[in-house]
Design a protein. Structure first.
Length: 237
């Protein structure tokens, strides 16, 4: 425990003036005390009214923890690793519609990109000795729905947050299938780049060059958080 240090008595020719200074300080202290008491005894004196509550700062700030990061440069084929990115909101997730809305094909440049992907797919299949895939409206509907849904809810996965797969989307679109495959990709800005990435990945390449598939649907969404690319391959019953 520390003890207060007593001031040392100054010695020398000025030491004799100390008593006078102490007396003067005492007089000043008494005068100040009397002044303070006088102010406190005056009604309404002081700065804080005990009957009035003090104001409080009710504001608060916080920061959300970042969600898992997805490698958006890597395409994802059926079964490939892709971590969904959670929507940064406290609101409950929007409920997914029962199926792809009818009459919602890609428009403008997105439609041009989708047609170009079909051309590139059939070029690769021709090199491998497979027959050309035919574009099917219902398969295209399922592919476009998934591209739009990923863009709208900002996730990157074959299954929707509700767990619906490409097979479920084909069912909802009315396509009776005996087999299907799906390739998805995020970020390429051209059909050629998307196809190069898919062809450089064995799983995606296998879907593109699967001679058992007969139909193809391509969905493209050019939203700023993408672009989003989807290929759906189907074999009818």
């Amino acid at each position: 425990m520390s003890h207060p240090t007593r001031p040392r008595t100054r010695r020398g020719r000025h030491a004799r003036r100390a008593p006078g200074r102490i007396v003067l300080a005492g007089v000043v202290a008494i005068a100040l005390t009397a002044l303070v008491l006088a102010v406190l005894l005056v009604p309404g004196g002081g700065t804080d009214d005990p009957a009035r509550p003090l104001s409080a700062d009710a504001s608060a700030t916080g920061s959300a923890s970042p969600g898992p990061v997805t490698d958006s440069s890597a395409p994802a084929g059926e079964g490939g690793p892709a971590t969904p990115k959670p929507k940064p909101t406290t609101e409950p997730p929007e409920e997914e519609p029962d199926g792809p809305p009818a009459g919602s094909p890609a428009q403008g440049k997105a439609a041009e990109y989708a047609d170009r992907v079909v051309e590139l797919v059939n070029e690769e299949r021709s090199k491998a000795g497979c027959g050309a895939l035919r574009v099917d409206a219902k398969v295209t509907e399922a592919a476009q729905f998934h591209a739009d849904d990923m863009a709208a809810r900002d996730y990157y996965e074959h299954n929707s947050p509700e767990g619906r797969s490409a097979g479920d989307r084909l069912d909802a679109a009315g396509y009776a299938w005996s087999g299907w495959g799906e390739n998805i990709h995020k970020s390429p800005t051209s059909p050629e780049q998307a196809m190069r990435d898919w062809m450089d990945s064995p799983g995606h390449r296998d879907n593109i060059l699967n001679c058992g598939f007969e139909h193809l649907g391509v969905g493209v969404n050019l939203a700023s958080n993408g672009p989003w690319w989807v290929q759906v391959f189907g074999t009818p019953r």
